[in-house]
Design a protein around this ligand. Structure first.
Ligand code: SF4
Length: 341
């Protein structure tokens, strides 16, 4: 059975045409799928019985609910969702006073091999479909409370750019969920060609994982640097006009004695010269079998102050969900699945 969930309006029009249904059925199906959030074709009550019968011969809705949840002492929750081929993905729900964020996955595992990341250690097991990406939002028990979605869970979103763009189309179109693109932030390590496509075809915010301004150091932390050096990625960004509404931010995980020195302040100032952006300084959570340690809170504050003096805007990110491995770089289904055995 093929899933209807995850199809765009254009694709639903093809479904309607191929099954001899009137053209307007496509819009009705989109409403049932993305606004009314039905889980059975029979729930699409403004479609004729005959139309529903024909659809049921080939299609199912294709939504799945989380199979497990872990709650942190700080209110963060980590949900495990079943995905294709019997595999699993995770999404982290982070409630705050006036912001309820969901951090969603875009791939099952990841092939990018960043040194500091648990998902990278898990390896790559598959691309999520647009339906599997959108499902994390719609099938979340707290779905109606969400204000922001960040593509910062498992995987490199721009290594699955087709499905990420398709999911954004469903989230932001009038026929889909109708959310503002400003409620979405897509994070990349800098896959330049796909980043250009994302900038041109979407209005969502963009976050770049930077972590050091120096090539040799970045190559050791993030192998992608060998293919798309960070200067080239930043030069590419400078070619676009992001307007005042669209935000670019740089993620900077702070590793003790590695990327938190005066030389890094200087390097960052030079690299980011001329870009209107914010740098998010993130505390590192040590992962098993890694020599990397996080900078102290004092060091992070010092680093932030130095960058501010140079005219760069920074935010020090509060750490959430560390006790349930929901914090940045800690998503890996291994932990959640392990507890079942
Ligand atoms: Fe993949 Fe992102 Fe982890 Fe790098 S940090 S290995 S791109 S999930």
């Amino acid at each position: 059975m093929e899933a209807l969930f995850g199809k765009t309006l254009e694709e639903l029009k093809v479904v309607a045409a191929e099954n001899g249904l009137p053209g307007f059925t496509a819009k009705q199906m989109a409403q049932w799928l993305y606004t009314k959030k039905v889980s059975e074709i029979d729930d699409m009550t403004n479609l004729s019985k005959d139309a529903r019968g024909r659809l049921k011969e080939k299609y199912e809705i294709g939504r799945v609910v989380p199979s497990k949840v872990q709650a942190s002492v700080d209110g963060t929750k980590k949900y495990l969702y079943p995905a294709q081929k019997g595999l699993f993905i995770e999404a982290a729900y982070i409630p705050e006073k006036d912001r309820h964020t969901l951090c969603i996955s875009s791939q099952i595992g990841c092939k990018m091999g960043c040194l500091f990341c648990m998902t990278g250690k898990q390896g790559f097991q598959g691309q999520l479909t647009a339906g599997e990406i959108v499902n994390q939002v719609i099938s979340l028990p707290e779905s109606d409370q969400l204000t922001n979605i960040v593509y910062m869970g498992m995987g490199e979103p721009l290594d699955n750019v087709d499905n990420v763009l398709k999911s954004l189309e469903i989230f932001t179109s009038d026929w889909g969920m109708g959310w503002s693109p400003r409620r979405f932030n897509v994070s990349t390590i800098g896959v330049e060609p796909a980043m250009r496509r994302f900038i041109e075809e979407s209005d969502a915010h963009l976050a770049i994982s930077l972590h050091t301004p120096f090539n040799e150091e970045r190559k050791k932390l993030m192998p992608i640097e060998q293919v798309y050096p960070i200067e080239e990625v930043i030069d590419a960004l400078k070619e676009y006009d992001f307007g005042r509404q669209r935000r670019i931010s740089f993620e900077y995980i702070m590793f003790d004695g590695v990327n938190d020195t005066p030389a890094h302040v200087k390097g960052l100032t030079k690299l980011l010269n001329g870009i209107r952006c914010r740098i998010n300084l993130i505390r590192f959570h040590p992962i098993p079998d890694s020599p990397l340690r996080g900078s102290s809170d004092e060091k992070i504050k010092w680093f932030s102050d130095q960058l501010n003096k140079k005219g760069l805007t920074t935010t020090i990110r509060r750490s959430r969900g560390e006790d349930i491995y929901a914090a940045c770089g800690l998503l890996s289904t291994k932990n959640m699945l392990k507890e079942d055995t």
